[in-house]
Design a protein around this ligand. Structure first.
Ligand code: HEC
Ligand code: HEC
Length: 302
């Protein structure tokens, strides 16, 4: 029991820190950047390389065993952004994905990392793609407050049909709109439209998370941005409609893990054991991160 509380405390602290952290004004910019990348490279080799590959091309040792492939960072194309479609992500977006993970995939929240390590490895990822030295991320999209209108769900249901969501996600949102045709992502891998009736979603379950996805799209996937096609109110109506049909839970395995999360934990634990000689113990990895997040969410009533 005591262990659980200690773990919870650790989880809360690391979550709080990794979300709050942003390096202050740099006095000795060049040297500090160099040190950040050095730390980032170390973290990357210990915690990311098994999946994302030595060169950041997504071809790590474990990649062939995974259905949802680890990201190829050399392309500089990011799914999970607060910036408009086609833009680079903000640093904060990368940090958020690292600390929150991508639900249902082997990409678990990397909560064993300190705030500084999380930031550093995020900076390190950017060195894999020349896009980050050539372009700047655009301003994040604004997410307006949810309109007060009791008819929004019905409006969303109508728009879901009219805007063509069903052509991919299926008439009832069950992800079966393209059963006759295989969709591919930017990296050439098969990808399926999400079954929108099942929780949890990849990039979070807050209404704001869904709004962001619909507004910005998921770059590198067939999921388009609706920022220009739909008004903010219309986008909100779709969010509320999706929440109204997302009434089922995806099947859960060991410790409440979903989809390929179990596989991710095995890979993480293997990497941690290999790294034990190098100092960092196993606790804090694998065992810790996913189930603690789950427990917290369950305790807080989701
Ligand atoms: C067990 C395998 C695995 C490990 C270890 C892993 N990842 Fe991932 N990662 C994935 C997979 C799979 C995806 C793709 C998820 C998707 O596309 O839905 C992903 C996606 C990402 C993304 C999302 C990029 C985007 O498109 O927005 C980031 C950022 C990321 N990983 C960073 C990291 C970092 C940093 C580490 C190490 C601290 C790490 N990952 C460790 C499997 C892994
Ligand atoms: C051309 C096909 C296509 C169309 C049209 C489309 N989607 Fe998608 N959508 C996808 C695919 C494919 C994914 C899965 C991306 C992934 O798994 O990385 C997705 C993902 C999503 C997600 C993210 C779920 C998660 O796990 O976070 C939401 C929400 C979503 N779509 C809503 C919509 C809505 C609402 C519309 C209509 C306004 C729509 N989609 C239209 C293909 C499409």
């Amino acid at each position: 029991m005591r262990n659980i509380f200690l773990s919870l405390l650790f989880f809360l602290i690391s979550l709080g820190l990794s979300l709050a952290y942003e390096p202050g004004q740099q006095k000795d910019g060049g040297r500090q950047a160099e040190q950040t990348l050095k730390l980032g490279g170390k973290v990357y080799r210990e915690s990311c390389m098994a999946c994302h590959g030595e060169k950041g091309d997504g071809k790590g040792q474990a990649a062939s065993t995974l259905k949802t492939k680890p990201r190829d960072f050399t392309s500089g194309v990011y799914k999970f952004r607060s910036t408009p479609t086609g833009s680079l992500p903000l640093d904060q977006d990368i940090v958020r994905t690292i600390s929150r993970g991508v639900r249902g995939t082997s990409m678990l929240p990397q909560l064993h990392l300190s705030q500084q390590e999380t930031w550093a490895v995020g900076q390190y990822l950017k060195t894999f793609s020349p896009r980050f030295s050539e372009q700047r991320a655009k301003q994040p999209v604004s997410i307006p407050p949810r309109p007060k209108d009791r008819n929004l769900v019905r409006m969303g249901e109508r728009l879901y049909r009219e805007a063509g969501c069903g052509s991919c996600h299926g008439p009832d949102g069950k992800g079966n709109g393209r059963a006759d045709q295989e969709l591919k992502d930017h990296w050439g891998f098969p990808i399926e439209p999400t079954n929108l009736t099942l929780k949890p979603f990849k990039s979070g379950h807050d209404p704001q998370d869904l709004y962001r996805t619909i507004n910005t799209g998921l770059d590198g996937t067939p999921m388009p941005s609706y920022a220009d096609a739909l008004s903010p109110k219309e986008q909100w109506s779709l969010v509320l409609y999706i929440l109204s049909i997302a009434t089922h839970e995806r099947p859960r395995g060991m410790m409440g893990l979903v989809g390929e999360e179990t596989r991710g934990m095995m890979i993480d634990m293997r990497a941690a054991m290999a790294g034990m000689m190098g100092g960092r113990g196993m606790m804090g990895r694998g065992m810790m991160h996913r189930n603690m997040g789950e427990m917290m969410r369950d305790m807080m009533g989701r």
